[in-house]
Design a protein. Structure first.
Length: 318
């Protein structure tokens, strides 16, 4: 995530193994984006607005609701609003950002339920976003510190991973409603992502910090919205909890089309993995076992268990 996918950034990291040098490359790329905006934007006013839109993205993603707020671009007139719209379109056409729209409700067909006036903006390249968020976020990711304030980066990573896999990605945000006396008459609800996953309307929640609570996704069954699956991505084991929420590690977003763990309870030991394979030897379970074993702590556990007499070999799990 810190390096991203820009060829010059990838090449610098591959040759130098130095994140500071990669950050310098990101700075140069960012500067070139701003220079291109000044060079190719048709109207003079657009040139400034494009950079303002670009600079606002880390702030927008770090806000609680993450919804793009036009007022963050110093809008003073109706004409400015149109300029911001054209600036966003320029960034989209230049291949720098993706736009994810809010839904009226999480129901099919998702495309017709989307709202044009409510959206979030994600950077196509997470490396550039990491540079824009600042060195503390980059250092936190490099050092494996998931408690640093990097929720914006993790959410951006998940959004772009889903988009790269070909999914139309939306989110769902309903504000809390109060009556004239200030009493809550409708609880708010926020779903980080809503996608059609193999024909199933799926709500996805991303958690990367200390706060692992998921009030909205927990309340979905009694909300009246017909969502087929609920998935939570975090630094966690693979399991389905008693409420039916499927839990996967963050990087499992790369395997979303195959992720399905309806009967797999928390797995702690190699014997549990053997039993899971005996129950269901399908590719789905093998994929989940591969994800499980890829985590460093679990690999160490596997090695220690395999060194004991009577344990299965790695070949049995392949």
């Amino acid at each position: 995530m810190v390096v991203g996918g820009m060829p010059s950034a990838v090449r610098t990291y591959a040759e130098e193994d130095n994140y500071a040098l990669v950050s310098e490359v990101h700075r140069e790329i960012y500067d070139r984006i701003c220079e291109d905006a000044k060079k190719y934007a048709v109207r003079r006013a657009d040139k400034l607005r494009i950079q303002e839109c670009l600079d606002s993205i880390p702030r927008q993603l770090s806000n609680e609701k993450k919804v793009f707020n036009y007022s963050d671009i110093l809008i003073q007139r109706v004409a400015d609003l149109k300029m911001v719209g054209s600036s966003i379109l320029w960034l989209m056409n230049a291949g720098i950002i993706d736009v994810c729209h809010n839904l009226e409700e999480p129901a099919e067909p998702l495309r017709t339920k989307s709202r044009a006036d409510s959206f979030r903006i994600y950077m196509k390249d997470t490396g550039i976003l990491t540079y824009m968020l600042g060195s503390n976020v980059a250092s936190g990711v490099v050092n494996g510190d998931f408690y640093v304030n990097n929720g914006a980066l993790m959410e951006n990573m998940v959004a772009e991973s889903l988009i790269r896999k070909g999914y139309d990605v939306y989110f769902f945000l309903k504000e809390k409603r109060r009556d004239s006396e200030g009493r809550v008459v409708r609880e708010g609800m926020e779903l980080d992502f809503v996608v059609n996953l193999n024909g199933s309307i799926t709500a996805i929640e991303v958690k990367s910090g200390r706060d692992r609570r998921s009030k909205s996704i927990n309340r979905l069954p009694e909300s009246g919205y017909k969502v087929d699956r609920r998935i939570k991505l975090a630094e966690s084991n693979i399991m389905t909890d008693p409420s039916g929420i499927e839990h996967y590690p963050l990087f499992a977003v790369s395997f979303m089309e195959e992720c399905r763990a309806p009967d797999l309870e928390p797995v702690d030991y190699i014997d549990d993995l053997k039993e899971a394979l005996d129950r269901d030897a399908s590719n789905r379970v093998r994929m989940m076992v591969a994800i499980f074993l890829s985590r460093k702590s679990r690999r160490e556990l596997l090695v220690s268990r395999l060194e004991s007499p009577g344990r299965c070999s790695v070949g049995r799990l392949g």
